[in-house]
Design a protein around this ligand. Structure first.
Ligand code: ATP
Length: 454
């Protein structure tokens, strides 16, 4: 799949970012051009320090105060995430981190509605994301409460309104795998939210079919006090929690309780055994693989359009790593989100990606469908990276000679030229253009742009 027939979720154009430090200015991103399409996994690879994490964080608008966006755009649904930072840099005579921080703070406010609902991120070490003093279910519930309280209110109201006959009809649709008619029926009866609850129970692999049926039948007639029903209806309509102090805390408590149920449902879908127990546990009580599933659940619970995964499996052993990768493949099919999967492990990327982008010194040097990039790599850097991967069939492992350039003073022309066995005079003086090789395969190298003739 080239992905080009789908709409892009994120478009990055000529993105340039520099870190201002006491030791100098590090040009971490040097003109990144990239698109991520709906429903695809884009793998991003490259040696350590080539700017993979910086790119992911910039798309999220989560860069540190010493990072200046010197040029370019990051478009999420048409909204240019980096516009205020870029404008500040262009106007400022001298870059000041504290002024940049003010701009970042304003940006964070705007990004609140984008982060979590449109894009979210999973980091390598789950303990850095999870709060150690809160049960994991609470942490997942809070993410839903923050962005989508109406969903929780609708679910709770639906269980109060649903009759036994409604649930029996839903069960009938589930048994005949007729999810479309199930959803239509739920909508027509004004029971939105009940469909997801029933489907989540139905899809569980860890409980017997009889238990599933009983649980689904129990989704009806769960009465709410009239004092709570009215404010919940308001939340369902406005997607806002009421401001009146006592009502607000009662509503919050009820919605967090609902959030726990949704969290357990989602963890069940992610293959977590006994999710109802897990949601009440604290992060330190879980294994590394379970914690990473919780973080993935937190990132995905609001069905964002793009999930950025920064080395999500590097801290896990190989078996758990394989389970998480399998899980991501299933989620991609089920939820239809796009994934940007950052890893320096090319074999992992080959397993999960539809397309792959290879970065070098803050630039995408090659991008294309994974078969094209892995089987017919064009950029000398991609070829050398692939030759350095160990395989089961014995082959001579070649390291990549030389080092990643000092980003304070990167080489002129093509930044890879000092390490490139095919370097020509033009490579030293001029930056290579990006050449389109067809089928979405692009490479930034003079070898494919008539370099010899320059
Ligand atoms: N907060 C920061 N301040 C200064 N320089 C930074 C900062 N964060 C990253 N850098 C520098 O920016 C460059 C790109 O770093 P980045 O972490 O994005 O690379 P990476 O490809 O993700 O590397 P890795 O695979 O090791 O995580 C590196 O030279 C790094 O030292």
């Amino acid at each position: 799949m080239s992905g080009n027939d789908r709409a892009p979720v994120v478009v990055v154009r000529n993105l340039r970012l520099a870190y201002y430090t006491r030791r100098g200015i590090y040009k971490a991103l040097n003109g990144v051009d990239l698109e991520i399409y709906r429903g695809e996994v884009l793998g991003v690879a490259g040696e350590s320090g080539c700017g993979k994490s910086t790119l992911g964080l910039t798309i999220m608008g989560l860069i540190p105060r010493n990072a200046a966006v010197t040029d370019g755009q990051v478009l999420v649904d048409g909204f240019d995430v980096v516009a205020p930072l870029r404008e500040y840099f262009k106007k400022a005579k001298k870059f000041k981190a504290d002024k940049n921080e003010d701009v970042l703070k304003r940006l964070h406010k705007k990004m609140m509605s984008i982060r979590g609902t449109k894009i979210s991120m999973v980091f390598q070490e789950p303990m850095t994301t999870l709060n150690p003093v809160l049960p994991v279910g609470y942490q997942i519930a809070e993410v839903v409460l923050q962005h989508n309280p109406a969903l929780l209110a609708k679910r709770r109201l639906a269980r109060a309104r649903a009759t036994k006959d409604d649930v029996k009809t839903i069960l009938g649709y589930l048994k005949s795998n007729d999810y479309d008619n199930l959803r239509e029926f739920v909508k027509a009866r004004g029971l939105e939210g009940l469909d997801d609850q029933a489907i989540a129970i139905w899809r569980r692999k860890d409980i017997h079919d009889i238990v599933k049926e009983l649980r689904i039948l129990n989704l009806c007639c769960q009465k709410i006090s009239p004092m709570l029903a009215k404010p919940l209806e308001d939340v369902a309509r406005t997607n806002r929690i009421p401001k009146t102090p006592i009502i607000s805390s009662i509503v919050r408590r009820e919605l967090i309780k609902e959030g726990y149920i949704k969290a357990a449902e989602f963890l069940g879908l992610l293959g977590m055994p006994e999710p109802e127990k897990v949601v009440k546990m604290y992060p330190h009580e879980l294994s590394g693989g379970m914690r990473q599933r919780v973080v993935i659940a937190t990132a995905m619970i609001n069905s964002p359009e793009l999930v950025i995964l920064d080395e999500p499996t590097s801290a896990l052993d190989v078996t758990i790593q394989a389970q998480i990768l399998e899980l991501l493949k299933e989620l991609k099919e089920d939820i239809g989100s796009a994934f940007m999967f950052i890893s320096h492990d090319l074999s992992v990327l080959y397993q999960v990606s539809d397309r792959v982008a290879i970065m070098y010194a803050g630039k995408v040097v090659e991008v294309g469908p994974k078969e094209a990039v892995f089987k017919e790599p064009k950029h000398p850097y991609t070829q050398m990276l692939l030759e350095a991967v160990p395989t089961i069939e014995p082959h001579e492992l070649k390291g990549i000679k030389g080092e990643v350039p000092d980003l304070r003073n990167p080489p002129s022309g093509c930044m890879f030229h000092p390490r490139c066995p095919f370097a020509m005079p033009v490579c030293r003086s001029r930056e290579p253009p990006t050449v389109d090789l067809g089928n979405g395969h692009r490479v930034a190298c003079w070898l494919y742009a008539g370099g010899e003739r320059q």
